[in-house]
Design a protein around this ligand. Sequence first.
Ligand code: FE2
Length: 306
Amino acid sequence: MEEKMVYYSAEEIADGSYKIYNNGVERPFAYCYLIVGKDYALLIDSIIGLGNVKKFCETLTDKKIILVNTHAHSDHIGGNFFFDCCYMHPRDMALAAQSYGYKKEQLYEMALQSAPAEYRDRIVLDDNFADWDPIKTLPVYGGDAFDLGDRIIEVVEAGGHTAGSIVLIDHKTRIAYSGDACNGSTLVEFDHSLPIIDYMESLLRLKKHQGEFDMMYGGHEIFDNTIIDEAIETVARVLAGTDDHVEADGMLGGKVCWAAKKKEVGYGREDGKRFNMSYNPGQVSVPKDWRQVIRLNDNTEKENQA
Ligand SMILES: [Fe+2]
């Protein structure tokens, strides 16, 4: 009999806290995290939608699962469509809406293309794939908290990478679930990223909470809490115009800058520090008190059609 595809693995990183990642892909798209409380379980992000992540989480807990997204990039919300409802910061809701309309057949194709040869035969177009139709999306703000019964998960606003990025702090295990807010290659280069001056405010806000957690479990990377200090120091140099200002191609096209020089070979900064970021030199500061500037572009047209 043909072997059945198991799309996910889980690793218990702390008491009742699981890191979940995709099997059967050349490299993980992202991590998501399940925190199991006395009353309910909280799923933080849902990866890209290759495999039914809700069903997988139900093998880890029999508690009701509530879903929250650290931000609305597709590699963090793709599994949302197995759920009826999610929580998200309102400033990322328009970004999430841009992903609607993606079809399960496209995800199936993506699964085939990203799988090493030995997995391909096991991938079939079944209920492990879902159309990206809108789901009920509820707002969550900084200062809100998820009370799981025996543990409180606090929300801190950490806009930068996206305007509505949040970090969730589990006070019981002293872990901050940080999405893509602050890591070794923090992308703050998008049109939907915040100006760098606002990202600095987010980092200073996180700094106030630094004593409440030891580790930062992100969507792609894991660091201890001292990376926040490196981030503040690096962003201060960007704001002062004294960073390394290394020009590069942006992920979605155009020219961007990296704040710190990278090693010629391998991963990381030339000076040995861990935090790095890309940014659009035109979006460092803002000319007035504007924060969200809505322009007519491909995305607004798409949103208007939705
Ligand atoms: Fe992201």
